[in-house]
Design a binder for this molecule. Sequence first.
Ligand code: TA6
Length: 288
Amino acid sequence: MKYWDRFQVPNRIQFVKFGDLNACEITTDVCTGRIFLHGAHVASYRPVNERDLLFTSQSSAFAPDRPIRGGVPICFPWFAANQNDPQAPAHGTARVSLWELQNVQLAEEHQSVAFTFGLALPPFRLLYEVEFGPALKIRLTVTNTSDQTQTFEVALHSYFSLSHVQQVEVLGLQKARFLDQLSGTLYPPVQRAIRFTQETDRIYYDTTDAIQIVDSGWGRCIQIEKFGSPSTVVWNPWIEKSQRMSDFGDNEWPHMCCVETAAIRQNQIELPPDESHTIGATHAVSHI
Ligand code: TA6
């Protein structure tokens, strides 16, 4: 008997194993989903009569010392490499930590299931709320439990499933300046939609605008309404980088892109003692 078995609801909330990891699979009247205790990692969200909104690599590891490749990794308390410790895990420790599942709530009308996870990463305490329903809602609250001001970076590093990345455009960032992580160049706003024609790895700064991933191949638009997030990251590894990633298939790059709800680099968060910051997003799909 595991502590989380008390949350089971036959045919609605069930716990399964993936490799060495424990996951919860949910079925509501409007969607299915999967979330792991490892990293509090959302790995699937599929509205009824829709394809999964999220991409997870067929080559992903499911191991306690590795991040899951896909879904929504929680990057915290730093983004990418740790500037002070090259040995530290990329994108921080939250996504490779075992979170405590504190509550699972099935809505009376079976339209949604809400999860609450907690993790202590001194000097911070994390609370992560995820709702699988007509939309996928994610909300991370970071609390500074120390007696000094602390700074952190955070990114909800969402991987979205696409028909083909060359049949997609991303709207909502036309007015934001961005850092091209590949060249290190800071660009002014380009005033047009993002289209993918090569490896793309960009940090958009000082932008709180909603994002639309318009996928003409599948005739759908994924809408991302974010909050508490002054940065947005857009990434597709393209061909060569895909071949360098052992937990990502060489031929998977056309079928995904990351649009990340973030607060990183010059948009990092400074948190006074006992204060909290909440960051999150609502992800929904519509037909075009
Ligand atoms: O968010 C984009 C990025 O920083 C890329 O540079 C790429 O490294 C990606 O994250 C994945 O990082 P990971 O550590 O999960 O392989």
